[in-house]
Design a protein around this ligand. Structure first.
Ligand code: SF4
Length: 88
């Protein structure tokens, strides 16, 4: 299945506290597109439905959506780094 998205990634580089970072382990991605289905504004996919490379900075107001998307990944390709804690 090919899912596409041209969704732009959220980033927050103002240096303020409270920023969540999603580490993208692209080599683990199998193109399920579940992350994108949960949060298309955060998780962009390429033309073949694989997550775009590069880590994602998520502002406070989108943390829950980012968390849901990361937790929906069956390959654990999205690692959550938030306030000193790491989870997949
Ligand atoms: S849910 Fe996981 S495996 Fe599927 S596209 Fe997103 S990162 Fe890749």
């Amino acid at each position: 299945m090919a899912a596409t998205s041209s969704g732009s990634r959220i980033s927050n580089s103002n240096g303020e506290g409270g920023v969540m970072r999603i580490e993208v382990l692209r080599e683990k991605c199998q193109g399920h597109a579940r992350c994108w289905a949960q949060s298309p504004d955060i998780y962009g996919l390429d033309d073949e439905g694989y997550i775009l490379p590069g880590d994602i900075d998520v502002p406070d107001e989108r943390k829950r959506a980012a968390w849901l998307g990361a937790k929906s990944c069956p390959e654990r390709a999205l690692v959550i780094h938030d306030e000193g804690e790491t989870s997949r």
